[in-house]
Design a protein. Structure first.
Length: 157
């Protein structure tokens, strides 16, 4: 029963975080084909060690959209930038200058996961404290039950 409540609470938090991530993607203009937006998913589960997990996943190129790209000696994938230009209604001739600028100056990224990294840490801390409270309550209840059982057993003899 407690597991269902914890998993339900974590799922509610994961749903909210996923919605906010998608909102940040859309608001920052990182919505071209919709593939990144549609790929943002969550998973909430309890493993064999009785530890709760909340995981988020998205397509591979979401890493660059999220965290950006530092300037480097290597050009970003030109075909991907051409496709992005096509989807955004930008002339394909702009793809090479865009790629060159990204190569030289990098790309900041939109940080669609950054606001929630601290939230996940807060949830982990809360879950840890809840786990300890459940354990403390269990011990307290068990000791109370043992004392009650011991008293009632003695009076029945």
């Amino acid at each position: 029963m407690a597991d269902d409540k914890v998993l339900g609470a974590l799922t509610g938090i994961a749903v909210d975080i996923t919605k906010e991530m998608k909102s940040i993607i859309r608001l920052n203009g990182a919505f071209a084909s919709g593939r990144l937006y549609d790929s943002v998913k969550y998973k909430v589960y309890k493993d064999r060690e009785e530890t709760y997990h909340m995981e988020f996943d998205y397509v591979y190129y979401g890493l660059w959209v999220n965290y950006g790209r530092k300037p480097s000696n290597k050009m970003p994938p030109l075909n991907d930038i051409r496709e992005w230009c096509r989807l955004k209604g930008i002339p394909e001739e702009a793809a090479f200058p865009i790629a060159k600028k990204i190569k030289e100056f990098g790309f900041k990224g939109i940080n669609f996961t950054k606001p929630f990294e601290t939230d996940v840490e807060v949830v982990k801390q809360i879950m840890s404290e809840m786990g300890q409270k459940f354990a403390d309550d269990f011990v307290e209840q068990t000791l109370r039950d043992v004392k009650y059982f011991d008293k009632s057993y003695r009076t029945k003899k």
